[in-house]
Design a protein around this ligand. Structure first.
Ligand code: HEC
Length: 197
C-alpha cells in the first residue's frame, strides 16, 4: 500500500524520491499544495533579500552590503518563520555562516541536487519534498535549489576583491562559500512545516 503510493507520487512528479512513513495521512494533492505554499514563501523571501542586497550594493558597494546580508538574512528568515509557523531558511553544502550548515536530511537532498544537475537538470527545476519523522514528530520538508548568478560572484566567486575578501575573512573565518561559478548550485531554500498527529 505505502509502496504503491510512493510509486504513484514518484511517477506523477518525480519529486517524492523517498519513502513516506507508513500511515501517512496526507495524499499527493495535500503534499503538492504544501509544496506550492513553500515555493511562494521562498520566492517572497528571495525577493525581500535580493531587494535589500541590491539597495545596499548600490548605496555602498559590497563592503557595505556584507553586514546587511549578515544581519538582514537571518532577520528576514525569522520574520517569515514567525508569520508562517514554519522553519524557513537557507542552507548549502558550502556554507558561509555555520548557522546555515545543512542537517543530515538537507545534506542528502543537496547531494542529490548536485547529481541531478550533473545529469542535466536545470538548477531552477531542482526541488524536493517529502514527509519525514523528526524528533518523533511528522513534518513536511521542502527544499529548492538556488542558482548562482553573475551578481553573486562579487561575494561568492573565485576572484573576490581584496577589501571584500578581507571583511569576509574577519566575519566568517570558516567561510566555504567562495569559488562558485555561474550556473552552480549556490545553496537551497529549506522549509519545515509541522504536520498534525
Ligand atoms: C555583498 C556580498 C554578497 C553578495 C553579492 C551575495 N551574497 Fe550570499 N551571502 C553573503 C553573506 C555575507 C552571507 C552570510 C549571511 C549570514 O551570515 O547568514 C551569504 C550567504 C548566502 C547563502 C546562505 C548559505 C551560506 O553560505 O551561509 C546563500 C544561499 C547565498 N548567500 C546565496 C547568494 C546568491 C544566490 C547571491 C546572488 C543572487 C548572493 N548570495 C550574493 C554575501 C553576499
Amino acid at each position: 500500500m505505502a509502496r504503491a503510493r510512493i510509486l504513484a507520487a514518484w511517477m506523477a512528479g518525480g519529486l517524492l524520491a523517498a519513502a513516506m512513513p507508513a500511515g501517512a495521512a496526507e495524499g499527493r494533492d495535500e503534499l503538492a499544495r504544501r509544496a506550492d505554499e513553500s515555493r511562494r514563501v521562498a520566492m517572497e523571501f528571495m525577493r525581500a533579500l535580493k531587494g535589500e542586497l541590491m539597495r545596499a550594493m548600490k548605496a555602498g558597494g559590497p563592503v557595505e552590503a556584507i553586514p546587511v546580508c549578515r544581519e538582514r538574512a537571518p532577520q528576514i528568515a525569522r520574520a517569515f518563520s514567525e508569520r508562517t509557523g514554519w522553519q524557513v531558511g537557507r542552507t548549502s553544502l558550502r556554507w558561509r555562516n555555520p548557522a546555515n550548515a545543512p542537517d543530515v536530511w538537507e545534506r542528502r537532498v543537496l547531494e542529490r541536487f548536485e547529481a541531478r544537475r550533473r545529469a542535466g537538470t536545470p538548477v531552477s527545476r531542482l526541488e524536493h519534498y517529502e514527509v519525514v519523522v523528526q524528533d518523533g514528530r511528522r513534518v513536511f520538508r521542502w527544499m529548492k535549489a538556488i542558482p548562482t548568478g553573475a551578481p553573486c560572484l562579487t561575494c561568492h566567486g573565485e576572484r573576490i576583491a581584496p577589501e571584500v575578501a578581507g571583511l569576509l575573512d574577519r566575519l566568517y573565518p570558516g567561510d566555504r562559500a567562495r569559488g562558485f561559478e555561474v550556473g552552480d548550485i549556490r545553496g537551497a531554500f529549506t522549509i519545515v512545516q509541522p504536520l498534525g498527529e
